[in-house]
Design a protein around this ligand. Structure first.
Ligand code: UDP
Length: 345
């Protein structure tokens, strides 16, 4: 049994990872500031004897009495409507200061630390599909920069802590991922389209719908996470994790409409600025180094996700809320002083 810290553990990927690692027999400490993540995603885990939830923002340093073996550093809003607006500055702080805090913690504990970086490091890519060696085309002053540049800086910090302090790091670049526990308000394309179709609202395609994305089902992604974290070949990454199947947003809308009995029609809205035209991972490296490739195709994954949202949308908490295409959040109060967590039994 390992003691594993998961930052952003109540979010979409984090909560799915908490469930998986508890089932594998580990002790889990889950940190989350509960902005975008929600304790509801953790369900029964909150009462599990090997699971500990700590409400905390990674921008504030934290120490633990427990000896930590591994850290999955996932904390950061991943959805454009969450990381833009009021939360933009805090997003950069989360990636930069939050990564410094977690790298210091890893150094102190001799723990291995994993960074969930992003395909956004490639920006508006001029190479297609994107290989890890591609250095990207990011607009450093655009509305996505807080996320893109924040994660790029986090990658730099990880590699500098490895080179200069010997911290044991693993870095993955995640491409678009979907599945249960995605926040229905996060404005992402799969959540929006499914929720709109289930409610009989029009499906909002941005631009002309010709932009492409590649969608990976969450269980496939987490298999890649665990393989990367536990590889003993000193393979540090960065490595792309994503499903190379590539679809236009128009194709995605048609697919979802065909799966749901609805009167919804497709309507077109303006394309947000800096919205990448195309994105598809080259996963040759993940295949070679981790023997990893996705196994769940888009149709199967969409069926599972639609089933989840049918249930989630019937919950009282989501009833009166319409899908989001504009959102703003007030930053969580940050504290200066280090938070200490006593031994967790
Ligand atoms: N998108 C869309 N309609 C929506 C939400 C998003 O057409 O209701 C488009 C968006 O402009 C982008 C793509 O879908 O081109 C993926 O958007 P998402 O926010 O899911 O992910 P990201 O842009 O971060 O890849």
């Amino acid at each position: 049994m390992k003691t594993i810290l998961i930052t952003g553990g109540a979010g979409f990927l984090g909560s799915n990872l908490c469930h998986r690692l508890i089932n594998e027999g580990h002790k889990i400490i889950c940190l989350d500031n509960c902005y975008v993540g929600a304790k509801e995603n953790l369900g029964d885990l909150l009462d599990h004897p090997r699971f500990h939830f700590v409400e905390h923002d990674v921008v504030t340093p934290i120490t633990f009495d427990d000896k930590i073996d591994q850290i999955y550093h996932l904390a950061c809003p991943g959805s454009p409507i969450f990381y833009q607006g009021d939360y933009a500055i805090h997003t950069t702080k989360t990636s930069v200061i939050g990564s410094i805090n977690m790298l210091n913690l890893a150094h102190e504990h001799g723990a291995r630390i994993f960074l969930s970086s992003t395909s956004e490091c490639y920006g508006e890519p001029l190479q297609h599909p994107q290989k890890e060696s591609y250095r990207g085309n990011v607009n450093s002053i655009g509305i996505r920069a807080c996320y893109d540049e924040g994660k790029r800086c986090a990658e730099s910090l990880f590699f500098d802590y490895h080179r200069h302090k010997g911290v044991d790091i693993r870095v993955v670049r995640i491409f678009n991922t979907y599945g249960p526990n995605m926040n229905p308000l996060d404005g992402r394309v799969i959540t929006n389209f499914i929720c709109q179709a289930l409610r009989g609202e029009d499906i909002t395609v941005y631009g002309d719908g010709s932009q492409t994305r590649s969608f990976c089902y969450v269980d496939d992604l987490l298999e890649g996470f665990v393989r990367m974290m536990n590889n003993e070949d000193n393979f540090l990454g960065p490595v792309n994790l994503g499903n190379p199947g590539e679809f236009t947003m128009h194709e995605l809308a048609e697919k979802i409409l065909a799966k749901i009995d609805t009167d919804s029609k497709i309507i077109y809205k303006p394309l947000p600025s800096d919205d990448p035209t195309q994105r598809r991972p080259d996963i040759t490296l993940a295949k070679e180094k981790l023997d990893w490739a996705p196994t769940i195709d888009l149709d199967t994954g969409l069926d599972k996700t639609i089933a989840y949202y049918k249930q989630a949308l019937s919950c009282a908490c989501f009833k009166d809320i319409t899908c989001n295409d504009g959102y703003s959040l007030n930053p969580h109060a940050e504290r200066e002083e280090t938070v200490h967590v006593s031994k967790l039994d």
